[in-house]
Design a protein around this ligand. Sequence first.
Ligand code: AMP
Ligand code: ZN
Length: 138
Amino acid sequence: MKRDDCIFCKIANGQVPSKTLYEDARFRVILDLGPATKGHALILPKEHADNLFELPDDTAGAAMQLAKKMAKTMWEKLHCDGLNLMQNNGAAAGQTVEHFHLHVIPRYLNDGQDLELVHGEPSQEELEAVRKEIVGSV
Ligand code: AMP
Ligand code: ZN
């Protein structure tokens, strides 16, 4: 399904122009308008899903395969030094456009980006409590 009020539906389906890197029956890959680094791209499914929770399993699998293909292309064409995949769900996680998208972010030594996580230092007991909360008492 496409949504009339969704900009990424319009871009993915070609109703709004974009800098397209790749297109097939299910996806369009575009350059991000506000790139974090040179070559920062977004993988957009043509069918609308708000986020990962709504995404059909087969689309999720195909998106990751396409990410691998795009990563290889970035590596070969842009000679990047590394690459991040990023995928945000919900405002708390930094999602600003409510149509699933997978960021493909080529990285370069000293590119000035800081995607580093702030790491905690939980005890073994605290880790175990979280593990049980997620999987139960197994
Ligand atoms: P997120 O914060 O994960 O929702 O990412 C949204 C991304 O979409 C940001 O990196 C924006 O720069 C990018 N973006 C927003 N609107 C457009 C657009 N019309 N064309 C291309 N990229 C866009
Ligand atoms: Zn959409």
